[in-house]
Write a protein that binds this ligand. Structure first.
Ligand code: SF4
Ligand code: SF4
Ligand code: SF4
Length: 236
């Protein structure tokens, strides 16, 4: 364990001990997911906490890959699954107190890249306007830092009194992550529908004048064919 604030995922005060026998009832992946910190930081090597939970449940990943959860998180997973505790896998990063993102208002150019990267919709702003982080919603995942083209996002330490991350915080972050996923899926669907509508509007329409000419040509050709046949049948 590190000194300083409780690591993300540490059991909140007064939390009831989890009953491992409850796991099958809600699904093993659900039970594992409920123990993960939900920062959605991807440091475990998976695209968020839920995919990591599913990989653990499916036997494809060890329980030692979540730096925000740290040693306490690993202990909770070990207890749920009846496995020995492991040290945090250093390939995934190191355990550290939670930090929050801060955007330098003097440098932000309003490109929205950080909004697109934030897995829990904790950044507010509009195109070509200054962006800001809602610190109470920020999980500290730092996914917004790399995409910023002007390097104006810093990850700041929090005072010990507010740096903790309770199960309730994790639950709220998971809800925001899910809501964001649904919003993105809806936007994608609307985009596809608009493209499809534009595509069908661009299809060449039948030309009524050309249709009439083709019909006329067919009638004349049929009449000439009948006349030729009559001539061939008539006595010479
Ligand atoms: S908090 Fe990050 S490292 Fe931990 S499970 Fe979630 S996405 Fe993976
Ligand atoms: S603001 Fe940045 S650090 Fe905070 S949750 Fe969003 S992407 Fe992660
Ligand atoms: S990525 Fe950087 S410059 Fe772009 S909106 Fe976010 S903070 Fe501002």
């Amino acid at each position: 364990m590190t000194d300083g604030p409780a690591p993300i995922g540490a059991p909140s005060a007064g939390a009831a001990p989890r009953d491992p026998s409850a796991a099958p009832a809600v699904g093993l992946a659900d039970a594992i997911d409920a123990l993960l910190p939900q920062t959605q930081c991807t440091k475990c090597g998976f695209d968020g906490c839920r995919p990591y939970a599913e990989a653990i449940a499916g036997g494809q990943a060890q329980i030692d890959r979540c730096p925000p959860g740290g040693a306490a998180g690993i202990a909770r997973l070990a207890s749920l699954l009846g496995r020995p505790e492991l040290p945090l896998n250093p390939e995934c990063g190191a355990e550290s107190p939670r930090r929050v993102a801060w955007i330098d208002p003097a440098l932000c150019i309003g490109c929205t890249k950080c909004i697109q990267a934030c897995p829990v919709d904790a950044i507010l702003g509009a195109r070509r306007r200054m962006h800001t982080v809602a610190a109470s919603l920020c999980t500290g995942c730092d996914l917004c830092v790399a995409p910023c083209p002007v390097d104006c996002i810093a990850m700041l330490p929090l005072p010990e009194a507010v740096a903790g991350w309770s199960d309730g915080d994790a639950l709220a972050a998971r809800s925001r992550h899910r809501a964001r996923g649904l919003r993105l899926a809806r936007e994608h669907q609307h985009r596809q529908q608009r493209l499809a509508a534009r595509g069908s509007a661009a299809q060449p329409q039948a030309d009524p004048a050309q249709d009439a000419q083709a019909r006329k040509r067919a009638v004349i050709e049929a009449a000439m064919r009948r006349a030729r046949e009559r001539l061939e049948r008539s006595p010479r």
